[in-house]
Every structure is written in structure tokens, then in C-alpha cells.
Ligand binder design. Sequence first.
Ligand code: TGC
Length: 402
Amino acid sequence: TAAPRIDAVFDLDALLTDDERDWQQLARAFAQERILPVIEADFEAAHFRRELVPELGAAGFLGMHLSGYGCAGAGAVAYGLVCLELEAADSGWRTFVSVQGSLAMSAIHTYGSEEQKQRWLPGMAAGDLIGCFALTEPQGGSDPAAMTTVARRDGDGWVLDGAKRWIGLASLADVAVVWARVEDASGPDGSNAYGAGARAVRGFLVPTSTPGFTATPIDGKLSMRASVQCDIELAGVRVGDDALLPGASGLSGPFGCLNEARYGIVWGAMGAARSCLEAALERSVAREVFGRPIGANQLTQAKLADMFLEVEKGVLLALHLGRLKERGALTAAQISVGKLNSVREALEIAHQSRSILAGDGITNAWPVMRHAANLESVRTYEGTDEIHQLVIGRELTGLSAF
Ligand code: TGC
């Protein structure tokens, strides 16, 4: 692999602590030894390799930025580096770590009761239990405020009805964090006990074995094929009061979790980009056309230089956001800058790499088309390019265009 050469040119390693470098090396070894040997076959067969999940847990990657409950308590930069190395292998595996750790576990860790944390987090950190995060609905993902899934008060519990779509790992999950609008927010004594205002969005921890919960994998995907995304149907799903996440009321609850996942993408997409650049570099020195390596051509070097610039700039941006996050100073608009830039540039790098690989670039002898296809999903989920442009636009102008 050409990775050491890329790393050495800019020496970003010098900006990391020993602990961060150790996490990165651990994730790089995991990706190279456990994911890369099987990923092309899994992608082609649309197979999610469930047995790797406990291995990810044993490595400490699941909920690794959280503290206690079996979680590693690592820093934001260390977590980002792990996302980068996993996504250098495949976006599907970084997505798994994001859904499990940044979305499902973060929701429980941030908004859950002590009992909920004790019940779910240790098993999820170990990879014995899988969680999913059910926010997006079939009519579209960009406007969660239009959510129609409802939770109706029923005796001493709740009944959930509605539908969710594009929910990662739902058919394999043990627990779903379901976001729903409460129909009647008043408590037993008539007080407004269950929400900050009637029809507040609340989160519920729904064991997926609960009657009325159905998750169906979405077929026909040409992206994220080594991962699973599902439709969920909620038909009279009855849960107890202990399923309600007490610490979240309103959309700031799920958005807080999206911030965590979007942050991981800022780093992760640069892993996919690096992998594409490595492929292009390897090909550039090995492939001869017109009697010399294509990498000796000025046009090829210009492409390689531009790809390299964007990888290094993207990682530097991710590192800046990571250091802000460690200080507790990272804002949602700053995360939008990172998510938009990383995924947009990673896609452009994948396309440039494919052109250097020429015809062979469309085959699975190289990882580039797989990365490009995966990045189309990454571009859309956790806020589309357009949503992030509008978040940034609002930050700059003070005017909301939503
Ligand atoms: P608005 O409706 O006015 O605000 C609602 C409340 O949310 C707060 N808020 C945030 N809080 C924290 N972090 C953020 N990033 C936040 N964005 C908004 C806001 O302050 C308000 O709080 P409060 O206390 O006043 O009620 O919403 P807005 O106008 O601020 O935002 C509009 C917009 C478009 C930015 C937002 O709706 C948005 O981000 N839309 C995109 C949603 C999205 O990313 N959907 C994709 C989800 S990906 C997914 O579910 C798949 S998971 C992966 C998998 O399963 O594979």
C-alpha cells in the first residue's frame, strides 16, 4: 500500500498524541486484516458480516468516545482516526460504528436513565447487542420536524404507530431508538409530564422483539452493499414507561446524536478518499502507456497533486474540528462545514482516481468504484450536501432558507 508515502509527505502524524496514533494503528490493522480481505466479496454478495461486530467491540471501537458502561472513553480525535481507517476499507463498516456508537449508544448515554444505560450500553460496547436509530421517515429525511410517527399514552405505557426508512442495521438490531411525536403529553395528573409542550418529539428504546415492530432490509442498493438499511413498520408497538428516554424532548434530542455521527463522517470520508488516492498512485507508477509510467505525465501528476491536497486539507479540517470538540467548543455549523467538504471532496477524488485507473477502474480489482458508490449514500445521509450548504448559509447571513 502507498499509505506510508502519503502520510510521510505531510507528516500529519506529528500533530497527534501517542495515544491517538495507537488507536489509528489499531484500526488500520483491523481494517487491513479483518475487512479488506473479504470486503469485495461481501459487497458483491450484499452480505453484512455480523461476526465482525464483537471483534469491533473487543477492539474498543463501539461507543469509544463515551465514558463508563464498558466504553473506552477515548478522545474525539482518536475516534475520528478510527472512523477514517475503517472507512478506508469500506463506508459500510464506518457506518456501522457510527450507527451503533454515535447514534444509538450516544442517545442512550446522553438522554437515558441510569437503568437504561446499565441495561443496554455494556452489551452494545462489547458488540453483543446491536442498536439502530429510527428517525428518518419514508416521505423524506431532510425535515424530521414533519415526522408522523406517533406515541400515544396508553395506561402506564405507550403505543407507537408509524413507519421509518433507511434505518441502518434495523433487521439485525436488538434495540431501536425510535423518535416519535407524543400525541398526548399530559401525565396521569393532567400535568405536562411527558414533553416540553404537547406533541413534542420524544425517544423510545424499543426492543426489536416487541410485537408490532417489523424491520425489512431494503433491496436493490448499488451502494453500501456490505451494510444493511431497512424499512421499519411500527404497528401498535406497546412499550412501558421505562422505554421513554427521559433526557430528550424536542428535535434537539435526535439532532444532538446526528452531530456526533456527522462528526465521524468528516473523518471517515477522508479514509475513503485516501484509499482512492492510494489506488491511483499505485497505478500511476506501475502502468506504462506511450513507453513510460502514466505517473510521469504532467496531467496525471496534476490530478494526483490535487487529490493529495484535498485529502490533506480534509484531514487537517477534521483535526481542527476534533480539537474543538475536545474543548467542548464544536458547533453544529462547523460540523456542517466538515461534512460537506469531506464527502464532496472524497467523491471528486474517487472520480479522478477512476479516470487514472482507466477501464480497470470500473472493476472490483480496485476499491474505487465501491468507494464512489458508497460515498453517494454518505453524501445523502446525515444531512445532504444541500442541507449543510443551507446550515452554513444561515450561519453566514443570519437568514434561514429552510
Ligand atoms: P428546527 O426545526 O427549527 O429546530 C428544531 C430544534 O433542533 C435544534 N437543532 C439542533 N440541535 C443540535 N444540533 C443540531 N445540528 C441542530 N439542528 C437543529 C434547534 O435548535 C431546535 O431546538 P429547540 O430547542 O429550539 O427546539 O430545525 P432547524 O431549522 O434548526 O434545522 C433545520 C435543518 C434542515 C437543518 C434540520 O432539520 C436538519 O438538520 N435536517 C437534516 C436531517 C438529517 O440529517 N436527516 C438524516 C438523518 S440520517 C439518519 O437518520 C440515518 S441514520 C444512519 C443509519 O441508520 O444508517
